[in-house]
Design a protein around this ligand. Structure first.
Ligand SMILES: Cc1ncc(COP(=O)(O)O)c(C=O)c1O
Length: 421
């Protein structure tokens, strides 16, 4: 879940079909040349080149493909031509990593600003064993999705929110970060370059994983001298293929995910390694995941390993307030607005474990699951079950409302959808 990042990428690897494709690189005058198959250089084209061309991302790739008979053609979304899709079993994509064709990379030195990035073939990256991210965990990640609509349009959901969250995290982790515009541009480029990996409508989405890391070498504890911003993508299936399925959570009373003044409120990589122990123990006992309590009073709800949590009582929907120990989820924020627009009363505040056990309904939110109904909670050996087999009316209603928006099925009255072609 991303909520569910771990689940998204915990699975199998598809064989990389990228090897079938040819490299491309811009040449003078806006014409894009096809390079011979044996070319092993990495850089495809730079953002600078793209800006010079003053073409839309899609037009850029279309030009390339029109001029090159040997290339795999990209679809023309607005035309009647059927989109060209990767040759995989779209009904069984699951949530494992499927390597795609291209990734985006941009670097800068400490004290400088990111300025120029480029697409490269998807593949392994080289790091010094002394890289800041490997030794001291100076790293952040993000997660968002692109959807393909029936009319061929490709949609992003609030990508600027991910950009802002990355910038907030970078400030906490002493890293330079791309501007919101740079982030969104890079996301668009990464999606368009890998367009054939976006699942057909209704079959899933293209999961987009931006990373920001201290890639320069350090030995003593200090911010790294160099930083890398990288985006890779992978198609993922719909989290719930046959209707919403409830999860069973256990409240963790010994270990904590975050502490006041720590880094729980940012998406830094160490927060995720830190929850593996409690999560693995919970899974071994048959639970889906762990729900954390605050580390001071041990009675207020925080969040699940990679999802935010909501409790429903009558017409009131409550979720723990953001106070530095909880990740400000973009799905959380969106669900609060959607619920409000549907006439629910919503509250961000301290929510006690007693209220949780007394709720009519409980659900989690995150990019992967969107809304995940909770079927049962176990706290100090006491198990409480919710609703009709755990899928409450409110969870179902909010899930349908938000996924319809994200997939372009419902009218976007909120202004949250970004079309990228
Ligand atoms: C710890 C944590 N909480 C909540 C979320 C949900 O955030 P979002 O809705 O932005 O995916 C995530 C996933 O990113 C997460 O890792």
């Amino acid at each position: 879940m991303d909520g569910g990042a771990a689940a998204v990428f915990a699975g199998r690897l598809h064989p990389n079909s990228a090897a079938r494709h040819l490299l491309l690189r811009p040449s003078h005058g806006g014409v894009v040349k096809l390079l011979p198959r044996f070319f092993t250089g990495k850089s495809l084209y730079s953002q600078h080149h793209l800006q010079l061309q003053k073409q839309s991302h899609f037009a850029y790739f279309s030009t390339y493909h029109k001029n090159n008979v040997n290339s795999v053609p990209l679809s023309s979304p607005a035309s009647n031509v059927a989109p060209v899709l990767a040759d995989i079993d779209w009904d069984n994509i699951g949530f494992g990593l499927t390597p795609t064709d291209y990734m985006y990379i941009m670097k800068c030195s400490q004290g400088e600003k990111f300025s120029k990035g480029e697409l490269q073939r998807f593949g392994n990256i080289e790091l010094s064993p002394s890289a800041g991210v490997l030794n001291y965990g100076q790293g952040l990640f993000e997660g968002l999705k692109a959807y393909r609509k029936k009319d061929g349009k490709i949609l992003l959901f609030r990508p600027e929110e991910n950009a802002l969250r990355l910038r907030m995290g970078a400030e906490r982790m002493c890293m330079p970060s791309p501007t919101v515009e740079q982030f969104v541009e890079a996301v668009k480029l990464s999606v368009v370059a890998n367009e054939k990996w976006i699942p057909p409508p209704g079959k899933g989405s293209l999961y987009i994983r931006p990373l920001l890391m201290g890639s320069g070498a350090v030995l003593g504890l200090a911010p790294a001298p160099e930083y890398t911003f990288l985006i890779f993508v992978s198609p993922v299936g719909n989290y719930f293929r046959e209707g919403l399925a409830p999860i069973n959570l256990i409240v963790e009373t010994e270990m904590h995910r975050a502490t006041p003044g720590g880094t729980g409120g940012v998406k830094t990589i160490g927060n995720y390694a830190a929850v593996l122990k409690a999560q693995s123990a919970a899974k071994a006992k048959g639970y889906s995941d762990v729900l954390y309590l605050d580390s001071v009073h041990k009675k207020y709800l925080e969040e699940v390993s990679s999802c935010n949590v909501f409790v429903v009582k009558g017409n009131l929907i409550s979720t723990p307030a953001i106070q530095g120990t909880i990740l400000p989820g973009i799905t959380r924020k969106s669900i609060l607005d959607v619920a409000c627009s549907q006439g629910f009363q919503v509250e961000e505040r301290l929510v006690t474990v007693d209220e949780l056990l007394d709720a009519d309904e409980v659900f989690c939110t995150g990019t992967a699951v969107v809304v995940s109904p909770v079927g049962s909670i176990t706290y100090l050996n006491k198990r409480v079950s919710y609703g009709r087999e755990g899928v409450g009316r409110v969870s179902q209603q909010l899930y349908t409302a938000l996924t319809s928006l994200q997939m372009g099925i419902a009218e976007d009255k909120m202004g949250w959808i970004m079309e990228i072609n």
